[in-house]
Design a protein around this ligand. Structure first.
Ligand code: SF4
Length: 206
């Protein structure tokens, strides 16, 4: 169990994450691909910080009902749940410890600064994996996307782990309509999230 730095007793009182474990995990959507991420497990429930992270991170997808927040910071993709943080693909295994420490530090800093921040409960729901999968080429190809199958690509596309451009077939005229439909799926999710019902910023103290 790791304890974040700067752990004198007064600061520990303010920290949301006081200890954590991390492990290197193979990309479960792409077993055998040699791509790895990091799973950070937490004894504390970090649900309370999710609305603040939702207002801070880039390109967030927030599902309050299921307490899942996906977002990016400094080009790295994260998925936050009450007792875990998944870190998207890391450059190599030696980056696991540093990456885990960075995201724990991020959460603790946001928690410490929360009184200065406006939390956001704005929701964006991701398209389903199947909705994306059925629009992919599903062709006999040599997997230039780096995923073992279109289904794996759909799963990664959903969470932002891979960009749409990583499937070169979608850039061909034959699949132009499919590509447009996928873009529209994500756009629809965005407009749902920014609509009047969902775009409800929390008031401080909510
Ligand atoms: S390159 Fe495209 S068609 Fe081929 S497996 Fe990847 S997502 Fe599917």
């Amino acid at each position: 169990m790791y304890v974040p730095e700067d752990c004198d007793s007064s600061n520990m009182m303010e920290k949301l994450i006081t200890a954590y474990r991390f492990e290197l995990v193979e990309d479960h959507h792409s077993p055998g691909s040699g791509r790895y991420g990091v799973l950070v497990t937490l004894p504390e429930d970090i649900s309370a910080v999710l609305p603040y992270l939702n207002s801070l991170l880039d390109d967030t997808w927030y599902d309050q009902d299921n307490q899942v927040l996906i977002g990016s910071s400094n080009g790295r993709r994260y998925a936050f749940r009450p007792h875990e943080i998944q870190i998207g693909v890391i450059p190599d295994a030696s980056a696991a410890s540093r990456s885990a420490g960075e995201v724990v530090d991020l959460v603790n800093r946001v928690w410490l600064e929360r009184d200065r921040m406006m939390p956001s409960s704005r929701e964006r729901k991701l398209p389903t994996i199947y909705a994306l999968f059925r629009l992919l080429p599903r062709a006999l190809c040599e997997k230039p996307c780096g995923c073992p199958s279109c289904l794996a690509f759909a799963a990664d596309l959903r969470t932002g782990a891979v960009p749409l451009e990583q499937c070169p077939l979608l850039s061909t005229p034959q699949y132009a309509d499919n590509r447009n439909q996928i873009v529209a799926l994500f756009s629809a999710s965005r407009s749902e999230g920014s609509g009047p019902a969902a775009d409800r910023e929390c008031q401080k103290g909510d």
